[in-house]
Design a protein around this ligand. Structure first.
Ligand code: HEC
Length: 110
């Protein structure tokens, strides 16, 4: 896994911007951030989604992933650096957090 990632970085650095666009890289990271894809919970465009519906003692409960496409950068970045109840912990670099933010906010404008 690590070798594949390092190999990927190497390829990106050799081919530079011509190889894949910033948006293509951003999308790739959003769908495969070295862990469960953000899209599986927050939706393909960061719009949020319902993860599960279940019942506790006969009462209906809904587990949601919040929309993440209209947060300020600080809130977005802080959320990715702490542990959560439902969301997994990721080990992303600042650059990766920046590019994920670019992805969800560009999708929100469309
Ligand atoms: C397993 C489902 C799941 C995955 C996968 C997931 N999230 Fe989350 N995320 C959540 C849930 C649920 C919350 C609300 C906090 C909690 O209960 O864990 C959340 C919270 C957040 C928040 C804070 C939202 C706010 O309003 O403060 C951000 C930002 C965020 N996620 C971004 C991401 C990004 C980027 C990825 C991919 C690297 C990701 N999440 C992957 C479920 C997920």
């Amino acid at each position: 896994m690590r070798v594949v990632f390092v190999g990927f970085l190497l390829v990106v650095s050799i081919f530079g911007d011509d190889f894949i666009t910033k948006m293509e890289y951003a999308k790739m990271l959003y769908f495969n951030p070295r862990g469960i894809g953000c899209n599986l919970c927050h939706g393909n465009n960061g719009q949020g989604s319902i993860i599960a519906r279940y019942k506790v003692k006969g009462k209906r409960e809904i587990l949601r992933a919040p929309p993440i496409n209209s947060l300020g950068f600080i809130a977005f970045s802080e959320a990715l650096q702490k542990t959560h109840r439902v969301m997994p912990t990721y080990f992303l670099t600042n650059k990766e957090i920046n590019i994920l933010y670019f992805y969800v906010t560009s999708k929100a404008k469309k």
